[in-house]
Design a protein around this ligand. Structure first.
Ligand SMILES: Cc1cc2nc3c(=O)[nH]c(=O)nc-3n(C[C@H](O)[C@H](O)[C@H](O)COP(=O)(O)OP(=O)(O)OC[C@H]3O[C@@H](n4cnc5c(N)ncnc54)[C@H](O)[C@@H]3O)c2cc1C
Length: 334
C-alpha cells in the first residue's frame, strides 16, 4: 500500500491524517510552517447558534456528532481528550434577539443547544454586562494547540512527519496527494481559480476577572490562570499585515459586555481563514491529475466541520465515493 501524502498540518491535515490512520491507511504528513495559519490562532469554539439571528448552521447536528466521535476515538487511542463541553453565555444585543432565543428554545432542531435565559442581575454576578439578559448555550471547545501538538508528536513518533514544503520533484508521480494548505492554496498551481475568499482575523490574549465563556458576536474564552482569548475580526484586504492596532481596538470595543478597564492585554496575534464564497468547504479530486486532491475552505468553523468532511474525504480516497454535492470540488466544473 502506498502512503497518502498530506500537505499541511493545520486542523484539516491533522484530522484527515488521523481519520485515514483509523481507516487503516498509511500517511506521510508534510508541514511547511507558513506564517499566519488559521489553526495557530483558532479559539476552537464550536458554537451551534451563530450570527445576529442565532442561526443553526447547515448540518450542525451531523458535524457535532462526527466531531465528538473523532475526538473521543482519538482520546481512547492516545489517552488525551482535547474536546470539552462549555456553557457559553450568549449576550443579547436587544430584546428582539432574546425573543429569537426563546423560539430556538422550543424549535426541535435547536432545543438541544439552548438552556435557560439569565437576567441582567445574574449575568452581572458573573462579570458580564448584559441589559437584555443572556442565553446559556450548550457549546464545545476544542483545545486546538493541544490537539495539534499531540498530533505532531504522534506522527513524529510513528516516523510519518516531514518538515518541508511540497515539491512535486520529491515524490513519485503516482503518489496520492491531499493538499490541506489553508490559505496557502492561493499559491497552489494545481487548484487555481477556485472561489476562495480568505479573511484575516485577529485575537487577543487578556488577563482579567471573568471566568465564563461569553459572546455577543465577539467571544471571550477563559483559559488557565486568569487569562482568556478574545476575538475576532474580519479583514478581506490586508491578509498578511499581521496583528494591527485597528484589530485590537475593534475587539476591545466589541467586548462591551466586560468592564474592560479590569483587563490587561498579554498577547495579540492574527491568522488567515481560507473561507469560500458559498461558505462550503471544497474537497475532491483534481479533474485531470487524478492523484491530486483538495481538502480546504473550512472558513471560520473548522473545529465544527472538519471531522465530518474528513470522513467524506476518507471515503473518496479509499472507496472512490464522491463527497456530497455541496462540498464537492466538482460543483465548480462546467
Ligand atoms: C482569528 C481566528 C479565530 C478562529 N476561531 C475559530 C474558532 O473559535 N472555532 C473554529 O472552529 N474555527 C476558528 N477559526 C477557523 C479555523 O482556524 C479554521 O477553520 C481551521 O483552522 C482551518 O484549518 P486548515 O488546516 O484548513 O488551515 P490552516 O490552519 O491555515 O493550516 C494550513 C497548514 O498548511 C501548511 N501549508 C500550507 N501550504 C503548504 C505547503 N505547500 N507545503 C507544506 N505545508 C503547507 C501551513 O503551514 C499550515 O500549517 C478561527 C480562525 C481565525 C483566523
Amino acid at each position: 500500500m502506498k502512503d497518502i501524502l498530506i500537505v499541511g498540518h493545520g486542523l484539516a491535515g491533522a484530522i484527515l491524517s488521523h481519520s485515514l490512520l483509523q481507516a487503516g491507511q498509511r500517511v506521510v504528513v508534510l508541514e511547511g510552517k507558513m506564517p499566519f495559519s488559521a489553526s495557530s490562532v483558532a479559539a476552537g469554539i464550536i458554537n451551534p447558534l451563530i450570527g445576529p439571528k442565532l442561526n443553526l448552521p447547515p448540518q450542525m447536528g451531523d458535524c457535532l456528532k462526527e466531531a465528538v466521535h473523532f475526538h473521543q476515538s482519538f482520546a481512547e487511542e492516545y489517552a488525551q481528550n482535547h474536546l470539552e463541553k462549555i456553557s457559553l453565555r450568549r449576550i443579547f444585543l436587544s430584546g428582539q434577539q432574546r425573543e429569537i432565543w426563546k423560539k430556538r428554545q422550543t424549535s426541535s432542531d435547536s432545543t438541544a443547544y439552548t438552556d435557560s435565559i439569565e437576567s441582567e442581575a445574574k449575568s452581572s454576578l458573573l462579570g458580564l454586562y448584559s441589559p437584555h439578559g443572556s442565553g446559556v448555550t450548550h457549546a464545545h471547545r476544542l483545545n486546538v494547540q493541544g490537539f495539534l501538538k499531540q498530533s505532531k508528536d504522534i506522527l513524529k513518533d510513528k516516523d510519518l512527519w516531514m518538515d518541508a514544503k511540497f515539491d512535486p520533484k520529491d515524490w513519485a508521480p503516482s503518489q496520492k496527494v491531499v493538499f490541506c494548505e489553508g490559505y496557502g492554496v492561493l499559491e497552489n498551481p494545481w487548484f487555481q481559480k477556485l472561489p476562495f475568499e480568505p479573511a484575516q482575523g485577529e485575537v487577543l490574549r487578556v488577563e482579567g476577572p471573568c471566568q465564563v465563556p461569553a459572546s455577543n458576536g465577539t467571544w471571550y474564552l477563559p483559559e488557565k490562570e486568569n487569562t482568556a482569548y478574545a476575538g475576532s475580526t474580519w479583514n478581506h484586504h490586508q491578509l498578511e499585515c499581521g496583528p494591527t492596532e485597528r484589530g485590537k481596538r475593534t475587539i476591545l470595543e466589541n467586548l462591551s459586555y466586560l468592564n474592560i478597564d479590569q483587563y490587561r492585554i498579554v498577547g495579540h496575534a492574527s491568522g488567515i481563514r481560507s473561507s469560500t464564497k458559498d461558505r462550503f468547504p471544497i474537497l475532491g479530486r483534481h479533474p485531470k491529475i487524478s492523484q491530486y486532491h483538495l481538502f480546504n475552505g473550512f472558513g471560520s468553523r473548522g473545529s465544527t466541520t472538519i471531522p465530518f468532511f474528513a470522513r467524506q474525504m476518507v471515503d473518496l480516497l479509499t472507496k472512490n465515493i464522491p463527497p456530497s454535492r455541496k462540498a464537492c470540488l466538482s460543483r465548480f466544473q462546467t
